[in-house]
Design a protein around this ligand. Structure first.
Ligand code: URA
Length: 432
């Protein structure tokens, strides 16, 4: 089919065949189809949507556009977890060793920070020496022998998604639901998991700010995964405020270690245990989520999950002593209070602004190749529903500079106060 007819078909609300979608992805990846035609098509999808089977075909075509990881040499069912991106999300450091300590293989590929959200790979590099690159054979051997390896996205995985994502970013078509769903799922399929647990974030720090849109995205991704033979479940979790107290690379790793030691903030613990439980169910290790949660809690209390985390850090070249003595992580020079300008209850927070504040301090990148300062970040002391006296600390900035006026302004903007008591909201909003 000619590209102009392909665009018109979608513009007029028609459905493409699998073959037409494959041809489009093949020709777009090899630069036969120019960006201007691909962007007209993406805008048509934005307005007209796609059927389930079109979304599945697009996912598969993008997954097939480059290398795919073959994990068949790893014994047992491989289950992956993917978060749609949030602020202060350190669940991967808790659930990966937890699931591995339960005997389930975790062969994980993760990304770097994007926009106001942090990235798993950047955070792990807070451990001096930690290696996030590995040959595929070593990766597979490590998982077979030790149940856990975590690497950065390498090689030529889903080049079609890379190209289309960059185009969507500048043509106001990122928010097209079927395009987001197939972009995420194509990467998961190419990374080889048998089962996928999706953590779909909802709120001011997430891609989807309202629950209905998040539900639609989650159900589209679950349908795509199941249609392509990968058992997929989704947990919708609150991202109207950061997860836990810490936002910033080594600060977040330290908080994850607290949780693995049986402490840490309640929300981080609850979400990590729930996601781990879903992974254990998909891997057929337990019969239901309740049994999975009980096993996850046991593995934390017995110290086995912490031990698995420490061994994983050492195996990948990081300083394992830091797991025992997290106070030895590099810390920022200054800890600066940002105080409440009036008394009242915290009505709501803007999590994206907290993420941006951490970014300004150096925890994220302003440009693609900027270095990261692992020591800095934001420590959130007051969250939704908390009562604050005027002059009390809302957050502490962990900073290597005292020039933090912009960051302080972002923090003040992110808090909305009220005189009325504020109802608590659940962390886990839905599961499907
Ligand atoms: N994350 C992705 O990987 N792709 C999208 O399209 C949006 C978020």
């Amino acid at each position: 089919m000619r590209m102009v007819d392909f665009i018109a078909q979608k513009r007029d609300g028609g459905a493409h065949t699998d073959e037409e979608i494959k041809q489009f992805i093949r020709e777009y990846t090899t630069d036969i189809i120019p960006d201007y035609q691909a962007s007209a098509w993406a805008m048509s999808v934005y307005f007209q949507g796609m059927t389930k089977s079109e979304s599945a075909a697009l996912t598969m075509a993008m997954a097939d556009s480059g290398d795919k990881l073959d994990l068949s040499n790893i014994e047992g069912k491989k289950v992956d977890k993917h978060s749609t991106g949030g602020v202060g999300d350190k669940t991967t450091f808790i659930l990966s060793p937890l699931v591995a300590a339960a005997g389930v293989p975790v062969a994980k590929m993760s990304g770097r920070g994007l926009g106001h959200t942090g990235g798993t790979i950047d955070k792990l590099e807070a451990f001096p020496g930690f290696q996030t690159e590995m040959q595929v054979e070593d990766f597979i051997d490590t998982v077979n022998n030790h149940k856990l390896a975590l690497v950065g996205q390498t090689g030529n995985l889903t080049p079609a998604d890379k190209k289309l994502y960059a185009l969507r970013d500048v043509t106001a078509t990122v928010n097209a639901m079927p395009l987001i769903a197939s972009s995420v799922m194509s990467k998961k399929i190419a990374a080889g998991a048998d089962g996928i647990v999706l953590d779909v974030k909802v709120g001011s720090g997430a891609f989807m700010s309202d629950i209905e849109a998040a539900r639609e995205l989650a159900s589209t991704m679950v349908d795509i995964g199941n249609e392509l033979g990968r058992e997929t479940v989704a947990v919708l979790s609150d991202m109207d405020q950061p997860l836990g107290e810490m936002v910033g690379n080594s600060l977040e790793v330290k908080e994850a270690i607290d949780v693995l030691k049986g402490g840490g903030p309640q929300d981080v613990r609850e979400l990590s245990i729930r996601l781990a439980a879903h992974m254990l169910v998909l891997a057929d290790r337990v019969k239901d989520v309740e049994e999975g949660e009980a096993l996850a809690k046991d593995l934390i209390h017995s110290g086995k999950a912490l031990q698995a985390f420490k061994e994983f850090v050492v195996r990948q070249g990081g300083q394992g002593e830091l797991v025992d003595q997290p106070e030895d992580f590099l810390t920022a020079k200054h800890v600066i209070e940002v105080v409440a300008q009036s008394s009242g209850y915290v009505k709501q927070m803007n999590a994206a602004k907290i993420g941006q504040a951490a970014g300004h301090l150096g925890a994220g990148r302003m440009k693609k190749d900027d270095p990261i300062d692992h020591s800095v970040g934001v420590q959130v002391k007051k969250k939704r529903g908390d009562y604050v006296e005027k002059g009390e600390a809302l957050v502490y900035l962990h900073s290597n500079t005292e020039d933090v006026a912009t960051v302080k302004a972002l923090i003040q903007e992110s808090y909305e106060m009220t005189e009325q008591r504020v109802e608590a909201r659940p962390l886990i909003l839905d599961e499907m």
